[in-house]
Write a protein of this length. Structure first.
Length: 469
């Protein structure tokens, strides 16, 4: 019976011109989405390479001066070896290199920057990492593979499964089938399983061609994304199976499934995010900026007093002889550190609210399959808000390390030598893979699809018992 059912479904799908047409459309959409992701990746990579080249040029300029001084020369641009020049002007470039998986899921990478210039001139606690971008594009997202899978594939599934039972019921063939020694719920489940694997084959071909075209190496992250996609597709097949069991007509099934798509894909994610903003509102950024200005003004007016207080807390930086060439910068460093200490509670309030909002979204993401899918996909691609938050934290921590490295030179009135340049701190970002979250979300999607299937089988079984009775 299973063999006959498979042969029958294959004949139906091969003669369904809409199915064949939408298969071609899905392939074209996947290739176009892959093209968009590849362009975004190449643009990011080009910007990053240019920034690295500019930074390398600055380092080479400083190194050439240090070599000249080391050889006993007195170059006119010896000021480049000043600790303040290197700490502020040369600085260090912190980068978040895009992974090859970001070609499939652009995620938040168009909202947050991938490179930050580390300079002791900046207040590390108040660094901004946002980029300006097209607000319309940010509202609707990017047309990448993740968008195709999350938003368009469910519509294709709905189009080819909404009437698998109701069509037979309306034509009268279901009663004829029920008169045979076969359970209609098992027969319907077989039809869904066959179409599920048919969609998976087509989707796998489309994804494989896209992956080969954009040049993504096969790795564990890619395998996890494919498994996540199969689980996401299974969720929509399971939901459609349950609606087919409950529904009595093709029209009602179509309306029900489209309504569920709107609720689960569009409304619920918006409600979850809006609820997070309402329950955990962010403090006023204007108030924060005003507080920063007032704090800077207050500390600059009493810079000598600030420096004295700072040296009392850091006696290892006190020098007893010689001319003080960096008196201004000593006061600047001291006031900068004290300012960050005074602003720490306010900055912490911002961070706490953001953490609460993210925790809220994580807690309620199980209500929407699209949130589960996109959250896992962007973490695997290294483009989620969590990935960028990790990068921000690494940048701020390194900024403090960078400034602390030059403070002994400033307070002891020393310039840097060639050997000192080789000991400068170097920034390194280590991405944290999101496999745990991905497999949790994958498991939830499979569990839900299984529950839908089991519930549908039980409901149809009860219906057959009532009809027999």
């Amino acid at each position: 019976m299973i063999t006959q059912n498979i042969q029958h479904e294959i004949r139906l799908l091969s003669r369904n011109y809409w199915f064949v047409s939408l298969t071609a459309v899905l392939l074209l959409l996947s290739l176009y989405a892959g093209h968009n992701g590849l362009q975004h990746f190449e643009s990011r990579q080009a910007d990053l390479n240019q920034a690295l080249a500019d930074q390398e040029e600055k380092i080479q300029n400083v190194t050439s001066v240090a070599v000249a001084v080391n050889n006993g020369e007195e170059p006119s641009n010896a000021y480049r070896l000043s600790p303040m020049n290197i700490a502020m002007s040369t600085g260090e470039l912190a980068t978040m290199p895009p992974s090859s998986m970001s070609k499939l899921a652009i995620g938040q990478s168009d909202l947050f920057t991938h490179q930050v210039k580390i300079s002791s001139r900046d207040d590390q606690a108040t660094l901004s990492f946002n980029e300006l971008n097209n607000p319309v594009q940010l509202l609707f997202g990017n047309f990448d593979i993740a968008f195709v899978l999350a938003y368009l594939v469910p519509l294709i599934i709905i189009a080819f499964t909404y009437n698998l039972r109701s069509q037979e019921l309306e034509s009268g063939r279901l009663k004829l089938l029920a008169s045979n020694p076969i359970k209609t719920n098992i027969w319907l489940l077989q039809r869904f399983v066959i179409r599920y694997f048919s969609i998976l084959i087509i989707l796998s071909i489309a994804l494989l061609l896209t992956i080969l075209w954009v040049g993504i190496p096969f790795n564990f992250a890619l395998l996890t994304l494919l498994l996540l996609t199969f689980a996401y597709v299974a969720f929509w097949f399971g939901l459609s199976f349950l609606v087919n069991i409950i529904g009595t007509s093709s029209g009602k099934n179509a309306v029900s499934l489209l309504s569920l798509w709107i609720v689960l894909v569009l409304i619920l994610p918006t409600v979850i995010n809006q609820a997070a903003n309402t329950i955990y509102p962010m403090p006023s950024r204007v108030a924060l900026l005003n507080e920063i200005r007032e704090t800077k003004k207050s500390l600059s007016e009493k810079q000598d007093q600030v420096l004295d207080e700072y040296l009392r807390n850091h006696p290892e930086l006190i020098r007893d002889e010689g001319q003080n060439a960096y008196g201004y910068w000593q006061g600047y460093f001291a006031s900068q550190e004290l300012m960050e200490e005074e602003l720490a509670p306010l900055i912490q309030k911002f961070d706490n609210q953001l953490a609460k909002q993210q925790s809220w979204v994580d807690s309620w993401r199980f209500l929407s399959p699209v949130v589960l899918f996109q959250d896992a996909a962007t973490q695997l691609a290294g483009t989620s808000s969590k990935n960028h938050k990790d990068f921000q934290n690494d940048v701020k921590d390194f900024g403090l390390t960078w400034r602390a490295h030059f403070m002994p030179y400033v307070f002891k009135n020393n310039t840097l030598k060639l050997s000192d340049l080789e000991e400068l701190p170097a920034f390194s970002y280590q991405p944290k893979p999101g496999y745990t979250a991905a497999y949790i979300n994958l498991g939830v999607l499979l569990l839900l699809s299984g529950l839908f299937a089991i519930r549908g089988l039980k409901l149809d079984g009860k219906r057959q018992l009532l009809q027999v009775g």
